[in-house]
Design a protein around this ligand. Structure first.
Ligand code: PXP
Length: 238
């Protein structure tokens, strides 16, 4: 059964549009769990543009399922992660100018720093995942660097310009999920998934979890958080 991790960053983005104290991503996390989400995801960016340290500390207190902290592979973030002790840390690439995470982590080119941060996190009993593009060299390097999981980047699938490219991307994700699993890695996927495109990815057998933010928060604004989460769960668990 595919699990759903709900990313609450965008609730914080709405709050930060006014630099006020509402809506609270922590309240959204509680509602998501009540609606059946299997986990909560948040990204503490280096510029703190949406999730703040306060949110992360409170999420650690209130999340009862599984807390996945997305973070850059830096010493500053590793220190925070070790202090907060989320269930999982997902290493992501980060650029200050990007609107959202643009590509996967380049594990091949940044092997030593990633391996070093991974060892520190794992020594604190944090499960470590890498957000990577669905490419064999990245999957292999992830296993070598000591990751427990890889999260396959579904952005290229979500943004495919035509159905042929979409099929190619599904094939890539599916074969990299098998390759990762053969190397002993757990597999999740995410980025750009919506109510309209999620089913094909949810059907890929080796993918254990989907992490979804923008589409759920967008629907939640109109129909409520619990309904938005339940509707997504209905699609990924047929
Ligand atoms: N997974 C990772 C690693 C991400 O960086 C993001 C975006 O924060 C997501 C999943 C969720 O993407 P989306 O908001 O497009 O559903």
């Amino acid at each position: 059964m595919t699990r759903l991790g709900v990313n609450v960053d965008h609730v914080a983005t709405i709050r930060e549009a006014r630099k006020t104290n509402e809506p609270d991503p922590v309240a959204a996390a509680i509602l998501a769990e009540l609606a059946g989400a299997d986990g909560i995801v948040c990204h503490l960016r280096e510029d703190r543009r949406h999730i703040k340290n306060r949110d992360l500390y409170l999420l650690k207190e209130v999340v009862k399922t599984h807390l996945n902290l997305e973070m850059a592979a830096t010493e500053e973030m590793a220190k925070i992660a070790i202090k907060v002790a989320p269930d999982m840390a997902t290493l992501v690439p980060e650029k200050r100018t990007e609107v959202t995470t643009e590509g996967g982590l380049d594990v091949v080119s940044n092997f030593e720093i990633i391996k070093d941060i991974t060892e520190k996190l794992r020594a604190s009993n944090i499960i470590v995942s890498y957000f990577i593009d669905a490419e064999l060299e990245q999957v292999k390097a992830s296993a070598k660097a000591g990751a427990d999981y890889v999260e396959l980047h579904t952005g290229p699938y979500a943004n495919a310009p035509d159905s042929e490219t979409e099929l190619e991307e599904i094939e890539k994700i599916s074969s990299m999920a098998i390759a990762a699993s053969k190397l002993g890695l757990g597999v999740s996927a995410g980025h750009g998934l919506t109510y309209n495109n999620v089913r094909e990815i949810a059907l890929i057998e080796k993918i254990e979890e989907l992490n979804i933010g923008h589409s759920i928060v967008s629907k939640a604004v109109l129909v409520g958080f619990e309904k938005a989460v339940r509707d997504m769960i209905d699609l990924i668990r047929p």
